[in-house]
Ligand binder design. Structure first.
Ligand SMILES: NC(=O)c1ccc[n+]([C@@H]2O[C@H](COP(=O)([O-])OP(=O)(O)OC[C@H]3O[C@@H](n4cnc5c(N)ncnc54)[C@H](OP(=O)(O)O)[C@@H]3O)[C@@H](O)[C@H]2O)c1
Length: 248
């Protein structure tokens, strides 16, 4: 099959990443899939109807990470679209530092290292679209403390990159995908709030095609995000978050 564009998915092992890969492949987009352990994704990549290369991702070693992405970029003559889907979440009311540190390592340090590298490659290339699957959790502090804070970092980092692209006058689109639905479901085990992955991935790719700077997926989460923002602190702080174990 002749491909029409190249996309990188960084953090390609999740169900959402795979669905994005399937839908991009169906649109004849060649794929470079970055994962911690390439062997785990080989079979999936082989099942796609387009060429799909699986590559390693050393997220906690910024120098190595930079080389991995840059080398792939050179050998594939760049990419039109890069979707960053790496992320780590976790909740433990006793706040063990190891968990906080791991989340910061992946969602802050790793995220910044990936985006810094890709942005500069796109500047050299002269164009591109850099997208990240972020979360409405970044709008305010929350029960998974480092996670919420890390998503605020990601959102802010993207704002800065978008501003920088405009200053440089390079047509690089920075797209912030504010995912809400799965977050809520993960914390509350409320299947009522879940949307099918196909729908989530479709909305993401439609927004990216439209060159959106920021989008809520699924759409109804825009309202939840708005309410979240305006809730006074004394109400916001008293919401009860139920962990899986408490509910079962
Ligand atoms: N699922 C939700 O509830 C939800 C809701 C809102 C926003 N989001 C955000 O959306 C994004 C994707 O979510 P998802 O549900 O697809 O997440 P996921 O299933 O947890 O997958 C996240 C990706 O990050 C990668 N990753 C995690 N730790 C890594 C590490 N140390 N080194 C390299 N890669 C690492 C995973 O790869 P490995 O499998 O190789 O570890 C995986 O590909 C994340 O940024 C998440 O915060 C998720």
């Amino acid at each position: 099959m002749t491909t029409i564009a190249t996309a990188m998915i960084i953090g390609a092992s999740s169900q959402l990443s795979k669905e994005l890969a399937r839908q991009l492949a169906a649109q004849n987009v060649k794929l470079l899939l970055f994962v911690q352990d390439p062997d785990t994704l080989a079979e999936f990549a082989h099942s796609l109807p387009v060429p799909a290369v699986v590559l390693p991702l050393a997220i906690s070693e910024p120098q190595k990470l930079n080389e991995q992405i840059s080398q792939a970029w050179r050998s594939e003559n760049g990419a039109h679209l890069v979707i960053v889907n790496t992320g780590l979440n976790g909740y433990d009311a006793s706040l063990p530092w190891q968990l906080e540190e791991n989340i910061i390592e992946v969602n802050v340090k790793g995220f910044a290292a990936i985006c810094n590298c890709v942005f500069k490659l796109m500047v050299q290339q002269g164009y591109g679209q850099l997208a990240a699957i972020n979360s409405i959790a970044g709008q305010r502090g929350g029960p998974s403390i480092a996670y919420h804070a890390s998503k605020a970092f990601a959102e802010n980092y993207f704002q800065g990159l978008s501003m920088h692209a405009q200053r440089l006058k390079v047509p690089i689109t920075i797209s912030d995908i504010q995912l809400g639905l799965l977050d809520k479901a993960a914390m509350q085990q409320n299947r009522f709030l879940l949307s099918p992955l196909e729908k989530v991935a479709k909305q993401i790719l439609t927004a990216l095609k439209q060159g959106k700077r920021r989008v809520y997926v699924t759409r109804r989460w825009r309202i939840v995000a708005w309410i979240n923002r305006i809730l006074p602190e004394f109400i916001y702080n008293t919401r009860h978050w139920k962990t899986k174990s408490k509910k079962n």
